[in-house]
Design a protein around this ligand. Structure first.
Ligand code: FAD
Length: 579
């Protein structure tokens, strides 16, 4: 059942206790609950997702963060690579975690992204070929809200038909034809039917976790169906986990079999025990914070913070990676609506809301963006002369261009009038790495988050080339009558130095932090978790969330995290059978 008050939990001992009801935790808790032998507790700091309309309506996703009741309202440290700016760095804080507030894009990543993970962890189970059945098992390919014929816009043969997450294309948009014509006109922007086949390079229609015009999250796809189907699962919301407890040791290895939590900073502390495993799924910022608060991390650092070190794992909180993005905005001369009209035309907005409420159709059924373009820089690009090529391999892009029919993705003030096209460019193979550390030993204090954007020179070089690539895309004959001119600071940026200056001044995050509890081979002295996601040097503790990626996939990170979590559920069940 779903509990809002810890005092009403029916038991204090479970087989598995899962911390964090986001993508990783939602999947694992739901899958483990399918086995009638086990009792599972999922603990989430935030509230239930149910009944929150903006969480359901795809187009309202941009209003769910930052600084709302549904997010952890973190801020980065001032970023030296971004002219000293500190960025809002929200994460979802409700059932479904960030999948309840994210922008829903569904991108698996490239074959090389997964094959690289398999290589650096020494586990072939993380390779693309091994994971394809898992990828399919997550998905149900669903028609777009307008029900149109989508032949040639997606490849049904590579998608699943019976999984918890619906994946669909958007309704057809007026802007679609310009992107597709561009791919016919310019050979360096080829059309590719489906970027989820492991070879994402080219221009494709965006796929999103949306069903009949409503968001699909780990809460709606996994947690709620599991609660309805299995009496084995308890879900406790509004409960902030403050510590993972050592409950014993076996041959000198500490066993972590307990979890402490509270409903507020001054509230009483509750404890539950896990006889089999504690699964930590608090996300790339919450997981390293909790590990460190529990004595797992760099021992000398923990000592300096006044925390008793229990397991020395210096990589906890290190290696944070994220995708930086900038928006190249254009004024457009459009006789059709753009998403700007929802903001600038209240009659249009009301009509569209009525249509969404009646049928799940119309502009509110859209998540941001119309097409994704994935591109590589030439192998001999001078950008790679220092740090080398950071991409996973030839199937993996350096750059993403998000074609978005409206104003967005920039720190500039949103104009009150006008119609716009935004070509958001993201460095999807960054080499910069940052960190998550503790501001204090107070578990309710925000961690110190430093994505360290553009600390590696190759990343600023890739972004500079990405901006030029976006301009080439916009210069295709297809856009001639549509695009009027560039809008905002890029307009006057012509030299490389000018472009870099605008980049540093306007880069934001795509909200994809990973890597703060990285996987590394069994027996290695580096890394935080083993390839089966058990925490090194411990018993009874696993991490299942985006923090385990040793390299950031060249993709939006929710589908990769669902993939990690589905495989984790298999590994956990296997470990139970073998124990
Ligand atoms: C604004 C935004 C837009 C995004 N857009 C996209 C997109 O379009 N496509 C895409 O693929 N990805 C997107 N992402 C990224 C994607 O959502 C994440 O990669 C994914 O959700 C990561 O899953 P996770 O399990 O690691 O963490 P999360 O899904 O964030 O889950 C972590 C959970 O742990 C809970 N938690 C944390 N600390 C504690 C604690 N101490 N006690 C109890 N519970 C705790 C949190 O409240 C949360 O519910 C976006 C993210 C954001 C924030």
């Amino acid at each position: 059942a779903l509990y809002t008050d810890p005092a009403s939990l029916p038991r204090t001992t479970y087989d598995y206790v899962v911390v964090g009801g986001g993508v990783g935790g939602g999947v694992v808790a739901a899958r483990l609950s399918e086995d009638p032998r086990y009792r599972i507790l999922l603990i989430e700091a935030g509230p239930s997702n149910e009944g929150i309309l903006p969480v359901e309506i795809p187009l309202l996703c941009t209003r769910l963060s930052p600084n709302t009741p549904y997010t952890w309202n973190f801020t980065t440290t001032p970023q030296a690579g971004l002219d000293g700016r500190a960025l809002a760095y929200p994460r979802g804080r409700l059932l479904g975690g960030s999948s309840s507030v994210n922008y829903m894009a569904w991108t698996r990543g490239s074959r090389d992204d997964y094959d690289r993970i398999a290589k650096v962890t020494g586990d072939i189970g993380w390779s693309w070929d091994a994971l394809v059945p898992i990828m399919k098992s997550i998905e149900t390919l669903t028609p777009p809200p307008d029900g149109r014929n989508t032949v040639g816009e997606i490849d049904p043969s590579i998608h699943g038909t019976n999984g918890p997450i619906s994946v669909s294309l958007h309704m057809a948009l007026p802007v679609d034809k310009y992107s597709i014509e561009t791919s016919q006109e310019l050979s360096n922007f080829p059309y590719t039917v489906d970027y989820n086949d492991g070879k994402p390079l080219g221009v494709s229609y965006i796929q999103a976790a949306i069903r009949n015009g409503s968001r699909v999250s780990s809460a709606t796809g996994y947690i709620q169906p599991a609660l309805a189907a299995h009496s084995t699962l308890d879900v406790l919301v509004n409960s902030h986990v403050v510590k993972i407890l050592q409950t014993g040791s076996s041959k000198g290895v500490p066993i972590f079999g307990g979890v402490q939590f509270a409903t507020s900073a001054n509230g009483p502390i509750f404890t539950v025990n896990a006889t089999r495993e504690v699964i930590l799924s608090a996300g790339s910022l919450g997981t390293p914070q909790l590990l460190m608060l529990s004595g797992i991390g760099n021992s000398s650092y923990l000592q300096s913070m006044g925390i008793k070190p229990l397991v020395n794992l210096p990589d906890v909180g290190q290696h944070l990676q994220d995708h930086p993005s900038v928006a190249n905005v254009f004024n457009v001369n459009s006789s059709d609506p753009t998403t700007d009209d929802i903001r600038t035309n209240s009659t249009f907005a009301a009509e569209q809301m009525a249509e969404w409420q009646a049928s799940g159709q119309g502009w509110y059924s859209l998540s941001p963006g119309a097409q994704f373009g994935y591109f590589r820089l030439p192998n001999n690009s001078p950008v790679f002369s220092g740090a080398g090529d950071p991409s996973a391999g030839p199937s993996s892009p350096h750059v993403e261009i998000i074609v978005s029919d409206g104003f967005g993705g920039t720190p500039q003030a949103i104009p009150a009038t006008g119609r716009y096209l935004s070509l958001l460019t993201a460095v999807v193979s960054p080499s910069s790495r940052g960190s998550v550390t503790l501001a204090s030993t107070d578990p309710f204090a925000d961690p110190v988050v430093d994505p360290n954007f553009f600390s590696s020179s190759v990343d600023i070089g890739i972004m500079r080339e990405a901006v030029k690539t976006a301009r080439q895309f916009a210069a295709a004959p297809a856009w001639k009558s549509y695009i009027v001119n560039e809008y905002g600071p890029f307009q006057s940026a012509q030299t490389d130095a000018d472009i870099e200056a605008v980049i540093r001044n306007s880069t934001l995050t795509v909200f994809h932090p990973v890597g703060t509890a990285v996987m590394a081979p069994f027996g290695s002295t580096h890394g935080v978790v083993n390839p089966d996601l058990t925490v090194k040097g411990t018993k009874g503790l696993r991490v299942v969330d985006a923090s385990v990626f040793p390299f950031i996939p060249a993709a939006h990170t929710q589908a990769p995290t669902y993939i990690v979590a589905e495989r984790a559920a298999i590994l956990i069940r296997l470990a139970a059978i073998l124990s």
